[in-house]
Design a protein around this ligand. Sequence first.
Ligand code: FAD
Length: 518
Amino acid sequence: MKTLPKNGVKNVLIVGGGTAGWLTACFLAKQLGAGADGAVQITLVESKEIGIIGVGEGTFPSIRGTLATIGIDEARFIRECNGTFKQGIRFNHWVREPGAPGADHYFHPFSLPSQRPGGPDLLPYWLQGVAGKDVAFAAATTMQKRVADAAHAPKRPGDADFMGPLNYAYHFDAGKFAALLSTHAQSLGVKHVQATVERVALDDDGAIGAVHTKEAGVLTADLYIDCTGFRAALIGEALGTTFRNINDVLFVDRALAIQVPYERPDAPIASYTIATAHEAGWTWDIGLHERRGVGYVYSSRYTDDTRAEEVLRGYIGKAADGLNPRQLKLNVGYREQHWVKNCVAVGLSGGFLEPLESSGIGLIETAAYLVSYLFPHDGDFEPVAKTFNEMMKARYERIVDFVKLHYCLTQRNDHPFWIDNADMASVPPSLQDKLAMWRKRAPHRMDFVVDYEMYPPSSWQYVLYGMEYPTELYANAKTLPRTEEARHEFAMIQQVSQRALADLPTHRAMVEHLARRG
Ligand code: FAD
């Protein structure tokens, strides 16, 4: 018979104070209660010396629910985190190299394809060309592309917090976000200790027994949450869990990050992340309220650091003069087990996939939610660890497929990085199966197990058709039955987009409205 801790789980120690540590602290404090009156005592220890990674500025719309749950209002978030609205991602030059004939970009919007109650599913009609020749799927089925292209906001000043006519996430300054979460978590009763963990001691069962710190002595808890970033001081260094490297599928393993000022204080702010493909990776370009965050993620197998910096500077232009990028080495992959005995990894300690679709913070949100939902009050970790590990592994596997989808359909043959990415030998069999299925029919929600997915079916559709995948729909059918209705719908979407542009403020105006709100 297994022995459970006599008093159950009463003390939680979170090690690490980046986005993962503080978001988990807020979530647990809010869901379980913390401090003297709460069910558990939550302590977060972080090292001043080591600091946080300080990147990770793009999110997925799930962040709105997370902020609402932990009790941070939208205006405060925008004001304190240099925040802006993100309506999707614009992918430049992913399909073909610059200058080649054909579309030079596509858009992955967060709003779902329009579907009137009882109206036709527009995708099959778009595939048959009913929306018009060369009209991209995202432009035909949502008004978001047009709104975002014009640098308008997804919502108006009178709209409620976290609500708007269009779906959205945020861009923000990672350092400021961690500081806001820290203040907020402490107001919810989380205890804060500033100390560096020097040694992690295991008990007789091989579980974590204590952490020994330089400044605050020995700290013990019933449950330890490892949020120490790439270091993985508990789950990796102390417990030795296996890290599954996936560099054979996703090739990028380095990043250069730089903060770029706007040319003028009233410059328009892009309301999407701009992901531009280059010879051996891609740049992100994120418009915050008071600056841009720009970076190049690249593969050290296909380029070197000097050339990578040239590419980044070439992309930014004169605005990069006198600025020095930070270099980061990336461990791309994830742990086979995220929860082992009395230790659970959240954030980079559990895994990292390149930031193409902002999966990092989304995975932290999922993990923090799962820890609070599955919380083992009685100290019986085993069944909880099993469920947690299954859920996290499944999510990682599906995100790997989704990110690889962006690469493997490329028509670029200007550099070995792209040629090798399109080689089916680098594509996981699970994604190959999906692609084979979608050759004959479009992705449908029944193709996905919703609880294992971070991205909805529409995201797969936007990327698949943005990358010009040739689904040979109904090869034998000449016309679909609701063609006239669909044609009318496509026309309506264009009309509504015009009205939305008149109705929605510019992105900068909306951000400044919220930043001023006290
Ligand atoms: P960190 O921020 O590294 O925090 C680790 C914490 O642990 C720090 O407080 C540190 O002091 C502490 N610590 C470490 N060792 C010790 C010790 N021995 N004792 C005490 N404390 C210790 N995600 C997105 O969702 N969107 C993006 O756009 C995005 N872009 C990214 C771009 C790049 C180049 C990279 C590398 C990542 C990106 N991510 C992105 C991922 C995102 O940055 C992370 O998921 C997020 O910041 C969480 O990091 P973390 O809290 O796990 O680690």
